[in-house]
Design a protein around this ligand. Structure first.
Ligand SMILES: *[C@@H]1O[C@H](CO)[C@@H](O)[C@H](O)[C@H]1NC(C)=O
Length: 331
């Protein structure tokens, strides 16, 4: 039987346990474990904390400070001015970053004039999920089964794959791609000199004129050069920062349901190292390398060459139709 003193002890300990769980996330303890050659299917980057692997998707907290939900964490998959379709590996343990492929070939985006490659930093919002199990109210389409995508319009550095940073939400595009909801949140690195001056897409227009419009268009047409149709943006404009912040919070709730096993999950690895109370998915990070047969340390090989055609520029007409010359092949 439980003695009164044990019970008292347990009660005294409770707040300590709760505060340990809420312990501040130490960003300085993060590092990367990179293995293989870039531009190949086998290349991977894992996120490490204190030298042990954790999940980009499930282990980085969404909010650096929950009392200000306009500022969120973001991890970079595609640095600015690069074109490899680098993404989160949803279905591998601890969700490393990898180079996405189509029919066995690594993918790149085509450069459409006047832009070359991705004009902004691009990546995912941790601890969010675009739930594919129902049609979402605003778009009328189910989620695309990925974390929420975000593009960072800051001009301070081009970022690097696996970088974890804090950004301020300015708005979002409700993109529909292949009949799935695929939100693109627009945000700015809080260290950017204009970040403190801007709270909305309109504010950004004062300091970076044309940027929001250019990115709006870019998301509509960026697949056209490879022969696909344009993407649709529901509402025909950015939703405001308040709405975008709500979209992120809602997708965080879908993610919580996913992790608590309350939702059907397909092709998703839910392994995580930071919530022991989710026993089904918890792995102690010290044990993760062995358990998941992750390479023990970085082993970077020289990057493979990317196919020459991605050096080309493509041109679109005003309706975003590809300008084709006689005899010229599509991307
Ligand atoms: C943001 O957008 C929502 C939905 O369109 C609207 O209801 C709300 O008033 C807007 N908020 C601001 C601050 O403009």
């Amino acid at each position: 039987m439980l003695s009164v003193s044990t019970l008292v002890q347990a009660l005294v300990l409770l707040p300590a346990i709760a505060s340990a769980a809420k312990e501040k996330f130490d960003y300085d303890s993060l590092s990367l474990r990179e293995v293989g050659a870039r531009n190949t299917l086998d290349w991977r980057i894992w996120l490490e904390k204190d030298g042990e692997p954790i999940s980009f998707w499930h282990d980085i907290p969404l909010y650096p400070d929950e009392s200000n939900q306009q500022i969120i964490n973001f991890y970079v998959e595609i640095p600015r001015w690069t074109d490899g379709k680098v993404e989160t590996k949803r279905n591998e343990p601890l969700n490393p970053i990898f180079h996405d492929d189509s029919q066995g070939q690594v993918r790149f985006v085509e450069s459409v004039w006047p832009h070359k490659t991705y004009p902004v930093l691009y990546g995912s919002v941790p601890q969010t999920w675009e739930d594919p199990n129902f049609d979402h109210e605003y778009t009328g389409y189910p989620g695309d089964n990925d974390p929420v995508d975000l593009f960072d319009v800051s001009g301070i550095d081009a970022g690097y794959t696996g970088q974890v940073k804090q950004v301020k939400i300015l708005g979002a595009l409700a993109m529909v791609d292949d009949d799935a909801t695929d939100w693109k949140v627009m945000a700015i690195d809080i260290r950017d000199p204009v970040a403190a001056l801007v709270d909305s897409v309109q504010d950004l227009d004062k300091y970076r004129p044309g940027l929001a419009k250019a990115m709006y268009d870019w998301f509509i047409y960026y697949k056209v050069a490879r022969g696909k149709s344009t993407n649709t943006i529901v509402g025909g404009n950015y939703v405001n920062a308040t709405f975008a912040t709500d979209v992120v919070r809602e997708s965080h709730e879908y993610w919580l349901d996913l992790m608590r096993g309350r939702t059907e999950a397909k092709k998703i690895s839910r392994d995580q190292t930071s919530n022991p109370e989710w026993r089904e998915t918890y792995v102690e990070k010290k044990a993760a390398t062995r358990k998941f047969k992750i390479p023990k340390k970085s082993r970077v090989e020289p990057a493979a060459r990317k196919p020459e055609k991605y050096e080309n520029w493509y041109h679109l007409d005003e309706q975003f139709r590809l300008i084709e010359l006689p005899g010229q092949k599509k991307a």
